[in-house]
Design a binder for this molecule. Structure first.
Ligand code: PMP
Ligand code: GLU
Length: 377
């Protein structure tokens, strides 16, 4: 069979691949990036009400105005992104779709895109599918995976059309300090590059504070959503916003010719995410996740592995002596624990495994570490 040439530039998603491999009886699943909590009741109730009221039709492509208004208010009040209004907000079927649209709208064949190494597996694939080329910006465990001088020197030497920023970071859990984010935004401004600031783990921070590059740089496309903080991965709902309305309108055009709009009743449900009840559930979940993190990191410290204590998200990213992380991840599945190998997140992930503690209780984490220990001994 002959397929389009662009199909040689897209890879299977390693996170979904290992999540599928984990679906075996008796295997403890530390693969996919989700939590095991339910979506807050207020959101489910608002969604049921929308269904009962017949809100089952297409919505405006950008999303229902009442949701985009809430999002704009939040971006101004919480993130300090002055000048945002509902026309500068685009709601879509998940943050991933919005990243796709942002890249397709800005990156030409042969353009360079700068991506922190390691980073979420989908950035590289989306950029390459669009015809772009990746310049990796290295981060190191000894620096807590926070961008340091080697990162900035790689960025200075790059001529990117677009730069990715993701704090808290998937897979390292690193939360970038404000001064680091400012320095990245300054370089982006000097190079006239777009910035995609992926803030999907914003509300899952245990130490440090979130700072949005969208508040200081006009060409920053902020991407966020409901998947992680409200346990809504299956709802497929996220949003993007930018002070520059034109880029949002371009992304909207791609949306109009592809997904049309996000699911109508899911959007009505998400309006309830801005009430106090949903926020309380995020806070409870965060405290629970903190306990899991502390337990898991403590146990990993007992093993002979290097693991930076992650300040956010719900991943640990330990480095093992075994260099071939794919072989190690495969061996671990045979021994009853599924993780995601580190090298598909970038060369700096070589020898690492990503362990998600989002969906496993402490008892499962305890057994998972025992199985890891037995495998590496
Ligand atoms: N960005 C990062 C860093 C992620 O880990 C994920 C995975 N959910 C996404 C974006 C996509 O999220 P969504 O479910 O909203 O598409
Ligand atoms: N982002 C999550 C992860 O890294 C969900 C799967 C995906 O979209 O890659 O596991």
């Amino acid at each position: 069979m002959e397929y389009a040439k662009r199909m040689t530039r897209i890879k299977e998603s390693t996170t979904f691949k290992y999540s599928a491999l984990a679906r075996k009886p008796g295997v403890i699943d530390l693969t996919i990036g989700r939590t095991n909590y339910d979506t807050p009741k207020a959101i489910k109730d608002a969604t049921k009400k929308a269904l009962d009221e017949g809100k089952v039709h297409y919505t405006p492509t950008k999303g229902i105005p009442e949701l985009r208004e809430r999002i704009a208010e939040k971006l101004i009040a919480v993130n300090g992104i002055e000048g945002i209004d509902k026309e500068k907000v685009l709601v879509s079927a998940g943050a991933k779709q919005l990243i796709f649209e942002a890249v397709l709208a800005t990156v030409n064949e042969g353009d360079t895109v700068a991506i922190p190494d390691p980073s979420w597996v989908s950035y590289e694939s989306i950029v390459e599918f669009a015809g772009g080329m990746v310049d990796w910006l290295p981060t190191y465990p000894e620096e807590g995976f926070i961008p340091g001088e080697r990162f900035f020197s790689a960025l200075e030497n790059s001529m990117p059309k677009l730069i990715f920023l993701n704090s808290p970071n998937n897979p390292t859990g690193a939360v970038y300090p404000k001064k680091v984010i400012k320095r990245i935004a300054d370089i982006a401004a000097r190079k006239n590059a777009w910035l995609v600031s992926d803030e999907i783990y914003e509300e899952l921070i245990y130490e440090g504070e979130h700072f949005s590059a969208g508040s200081i740089y006009d060409k920053c496309i902020v991407v966020n959503g409901y998947s992680k903080n409200l346990s809504m991965t299956g709802w497929r709902l996220g949003y993007a916003a930018c002070r520059d309305k034109e880029i949002i309108d371009k992304m909207n055009m791609i949306q109009e010719q592809s997904v049309s709009c996000a699911t109508s009743f899911a959007q009505y449900g998400a309006v309830a995410a801005y009430g106090k009840d949903a926020g309380k559930e995020t806070a409870t979940m965060r405290e629970d996740l903190r306990k899991r993190r502390d337990y898991l990191i403590g146990r990993l410290e007992d093993l002979d592995v290097v693991c930076v204590k992650p300040s956010g998200a719900f991943y640990a990213f330990p480095s093992f002596k075994e260099d071939d992380d794919i072989k190690l991840a495969d061996k671990l599945i045979e021994n009853g624990v599924a993780t995601v190998p580190g090298s598909p997140f970038g060369s700096k992930g070589k020898g690492c495994l990503r362990l998600s503690y989002g969906a496993s209780k402490i008892e499962e984490l305890e057994e998972a570490v025992k199985r890891i220990e037995r495998t590496i001994q």
